[in-house]
Design a protein around this ligand. Structure first.
Ligand SMILES: Cc1cc2nc3c(=O)[nH]c(=O)nc-3n(C[C@H](O)[C@H](O)[C@H](O)COP(=O)(O)OP(=O)(O)OC[C@H]3O[C@@H](n4cnc5c(N)ncnc54)[C@H](O)[C@@H]3O)c2cc1C
Length: 457
């Protein structure tokens, strides 16, 4: 009988793994069962949006599914609009169309391999014979010889502060990505956005597009906004600073080397973004060389700055954000949330400005959690993840950044032994690689996993 590979999740990661399996190994007889919670395949959280303000935050020339055909997405995008260039930041919904098209094409062109799409939610997984049985929420079960968790992003968890009923109320938006989450936000009253990263930018621009004319306050520990991408005519060719890999492996040493490289490249008229971009291929190696304590130091002291410089906004989004700031429609504060309480129909938020001992009070109509996806497995409510954790099939890394997995994505058990049956691909690989969030990294993880799966029989 043909081998079966179940892929749970058809966002970017599950779709990319399927496409690579079918294109690279589809001459062999096997079946890919691609299971997604909803029928909207190849979109996931990132590319399911229809807002024209939701742009890719990576230029079109770097968004190909295929590492060896760098302009594949660009060519697809040019078929819709011939003026698009490699350095353009196009709408995210177009990227969803691209993924779906490449999935259909890979399925149609596969030799003996077959794609079987299942709409449903996997709620439990147990090992059985040499494979695994998956339980679906509709009561169905599936057997597969190999299973890939491509379950992607989980909504943020609630802020851990004394709460007097706000978090259970309708003025609180727990998950800004849930369909219709922003529909009831009053367009003329103050709204607090908790978080100042890319999710906050998306939410602020989305509200702006809906005609919001109140005042938005964005609050995070450091109050750092994502930096903006430049508008470029050509994609820069990038070389990582050689001293980084050769030098001491500490958060402080990395910081000094990168700062020195930025200063040196500025003398040659180059932008700091080129240095940050050049770190991309070596980031996993740099991360893996750090001890646990050094990683912890990086997370405590540098992560907020890293995120703001590494995860940047498209130039046009940054321009609109700057206008909102200049018009006073958006303010950004650094501080700590202390307490939430309902006051009449409003919310009152007590917060402490960074480095100060005083308490400030904010009152407004809604609080939107923009703190970004949650990656601590033990905090997730998802039944599949909870069951796998309890059964020892899935473990978190020591710093709780994601899942413990080997170099190709096989899940590691508590003793560090790789599974022969269950694999993971997606953003929770940041436990291993630090950066595994965007397409240029995720496509490599998906490709390596596809090759590993095909090599297991
Ligand atoms: C808002 C946003 C914008 C982004 N923009 C960019 C960008 O412009 N460029 C870039 O490179 N990266 C971007 N990213 C990064 C993003 O992580 C990746 O590009 C990629 O989309 C992640 O895909 P994924 O498949 O791993 O996860 P997801 O997109 O979250 O997909 C996971 C899928 O699995 C399904 N699923 C989960 N659990 C189950 C289950 N138990 N049973 C069945 N189905 C299940 C979900 O319903 C979902 O469809 C963005 C991320 C976000 C959140």
């Amino acid at each position: 009988m043909n081998k079966k590979i179940a892929i749970i999740g058809a966002g970017f990661s599950g779709t990319a793994t399927t496409v690579h399996l079918l294109r690279r190994h589809g001459h062999a007889p096997f079946e890919v069962i691609l299971i997604n919670r909803h029928a909207n395949l190849a979109r996931g959280v990132a590319y399911g949006t229809h807002s024209p303000w939701h742009l890719l935050n990576v230029p079109a020339g770097r968004m190909s599914l295929f590492p060896d055909r760098e302009h594949d997405f660009l060519e697809f995008a040019r078929n819709t609009d011939g003026s698009i260039t490699a350095s353009d930041f196009v709408r995210r919904s177009l990227y969803g169309e691209y993924l779906h098209t490449r999935l259909d094409q890979a399925a149609a062109a596969a030799g003996q391999a077959r794609l079987n799409v299942v709409t449903g939610e996997v709620i439990a997984l147990r090992l059985d014979r040499d494979g695994a049985v998956l339980d679906l929420s509709d009561g169905g079960t599936l057997y597969a010889d190999r299973v890939v968790l491509a379950v992607g992003h989980y909504p943020p968890i609630d802020p851990p502060v004394p709460d007097h009923g706000v978090l259970a109320g309708t003025n609180y938006v727990r998950d800004p990505w849930a369909p219709g989450a922003l529909d009831h936000i009053p367009l003329h009253q103050p709204v607090l956005l908790l978080g100042t990263g890319l999710t906050m930018v998306d939410v602020a621009l989305d509200l702006d597009q809906r005609g919001y004319r109140g005042t938005l306050m964005a609050l995070s520990r450091h109050g750092l906004l994502p930096q903006a991408h430049r508008t470029l005519r050509e994609m820069p060719q990038l070389e990582p600073p050689a001293e980084l890999l050769a030098g001491a492996a500490s958060a402080r040493a990395y910081l000094h080397t990168v700062r020195a490289a930025v200063a040196a490249s500025a003398q040659h008229g180059r932008d700091w973004r080129d240095v940050i971009g050049a770190l991309r291929p070596v980031t996993p190696a740099l991360w893996q060389t750090l001890t646990k304590n050094e990683r912890r130091r990086f997370l405590r002291h540098l992560q907020a700055y890293w995120d703001s410089h590494r995860h940047r906004t498209a130039p046009i989004s940054a321009q609109r954000l700057t206008q909102l700031l200049a018009q006073g429609m958006l303010t950004v504060d650094a501080g700590r949330l202390l307490e939430l309480r309902p006051v009449a129909d409003d919310i009152q938020v007590d917060w402490q400005p960074r480095g100060k001992s005083r308490t400030e009070h904010w009152r407004g109509a809604a609080l939107i959690n923009c703190t970004g996806p949650e990656s601590r497995l033990r905090c997730l409510a998802d039944p599949l993840i909870r069951g796998m954790l309890a059964g020892g099939l899935l473990t978190a890394d020591a710093l709780e950044l994601g899942v413990a997995a080997d170099a190709e994505g096989a899940l590691l058990d508590n003793a560090g032994q790789p599974s022969c049956v269950v694999y993971y691909t997606g953003p929770l690989l940041r436990a291993r690689d630090w950066e595994c969030t965007a397409v240029p990294e995720l496509r490599l993880a998906a490709l390596r996993l596809a090759d590993r799966l095909a090599g297991t029989w």
